[in-house]
Design a protein around this ligand. Structure first.
Ligand code: COI
Length: 351
């Protein structure tokens, strides 16, 4: 693979001050698409500002999709990436929904592996950190007509990260949003596309001004059922059962979500994927059955939820950092870092 070297390498940040998505490594992988060549010209280049035609469709109509994965250092010095096959499959599904030609997975995988080998010194070792992987495909055709572009750029950025939520271990406060909606069935909610995130900002900022950390999105039809938290899927432990919203087309099919469901079931904990009404959550809290709540995501890992506010009423799970959240956090991060056996072959090992 072609690698264009840079003359001066960047200084690496202090692992204690990483935060999320603030630092980027020296190199990135890029590949281009046009109608006559298909996907071609995969190469590693310095991660520097990139020239884009300002008429590029992505800048006007948001035709773009992305993914998030993480790479970890292993005790044996190798690198592991958590369940990349699932991310590549989801990237292709998202691309299809946005009329973007899916990237050839083998070429994307090869690009990522080569990039990780080149950037292995950027993988932070400290507990709670990782090298975040951000692949994306954006429409670069310079045409203002509203139609699918005929040119695209695929790229992979790497960013050493710590905790997503400002580095504190405080459980997050959620505001269930009963006016604005993130997605509806038939829309793009289950695609990881740019517009879903842009359209979530207004309500998220209002919630933050009102003293909450994140919005808990509800269903678009009735504004009654919990869906997701935008940067993570949501789980509630009601009594001894863990409940999470079923994937109805409006919710992102999280890979951490799927992994948690599998781990819980394998450890004898019943998990229900179904609709969860906000009334049920409030009522469970009143009856002492809301034991814990947590979000899951690549960036968020397992994030405990300290309170949920809906219709002016705030409920608090009995355990702000619950035993299920702790079990999942410990198990998942230990599998990812290679300190627990990877019985399900979730890690892709890169030498
Ligand atoms: C992830 O968890 O990887 C995400 O993409 C969520 C957010 C940072 C956009």
């Amino acid at each position: 693979m072609e690698i264009q070297r840079r003359k001066i390498l960047k200084e690496k940040p202090n692992a204690a001050e990483l935060g999320f998505g603030k630092y980027f490594t020296d190199y990135m992988f890029t590949m281009r698409y046009d109608a006559s060549h298909g996907w071609h010209a995969g190469r590693i280049v310095p991660n520097e500002p990139y020239a884009l035609d300002l008429a590029s469709s992505v800048l006007h109509y948001g035709q773009g999709v992305f993914e998030g994965m993480k790479a970890f250092p292993r005790p044996d010095g190798q690198i592991s990436v958590f369940r990349p096959d699932m991310n590549w499959a989801r990237l292709c599904r998202s691309a299809e929904r946005l009329c973007i030609p899916p990237v050839p997975v083998e070429a994307a995988e090869e690009g990522l592996e080569e990039l990780l080998r080149l950037e292995r010194d950027w993988i932070p070792a400290r507990e709670g950190t990782a090298l975040y992987i951000r692949p994306a495909i954006v429409a670069t055709g310079a045409r203002l007509g509203v139609h699918a572009s005929d040119e695209y750029l695929f790229f992979i950025l790497l960013s050493p990260v710590g905790s997503y939520f400002s580095g504190t271990l405080e459980p997050v406060r959620l505001l269930a949003e009963d006016f604005y909606v993130r997605a509806s069935v038939g829309g793009t909610g289950e695609a990881k596309c740019l517009g879903n995130y842009a359209s979530s900002l207004f309500a998220a900022e209002a919630a933050q001004r009102a003293g909450y950390d994140q919005v808990l999105w509800l269903d678009a039809n009735e504004r009654k059922y919990a869906e997701e938290v935008g940067s993570m899927n949501i789980f509630f432990r009601l009594g001894d059962t863990v409940v999470t919203p079923a994937l109805d087309g409006a919710i992102l099919a999280g890979i951490t979500r799927a992994s948690c469901i599998e781990l819980l079931r394998a450890n004898g904990c019943p998990v229900e994927e179904r609709r969860i009404g906000m009334d049920e959550i409030l009522e469970s809290a009143e009856r002492g059955r809301l034991k814990e709540a947590f979000g899951t995501g690549t960036a968020a890992v397992i994030t405990p939820v300290g309170s949920v506010t809906y219709g002016g009423k705030t409920v608090r799970p009995e355990q702000p950092v619950g035993e299920v959240s702790r079990f999942l956090y410990r198990t998942l991060t230990s599998i990812q870092r290679g300190t627990l056996p990877d019985e399900r072959n979730w890690n892709k090992i890169i030498k």
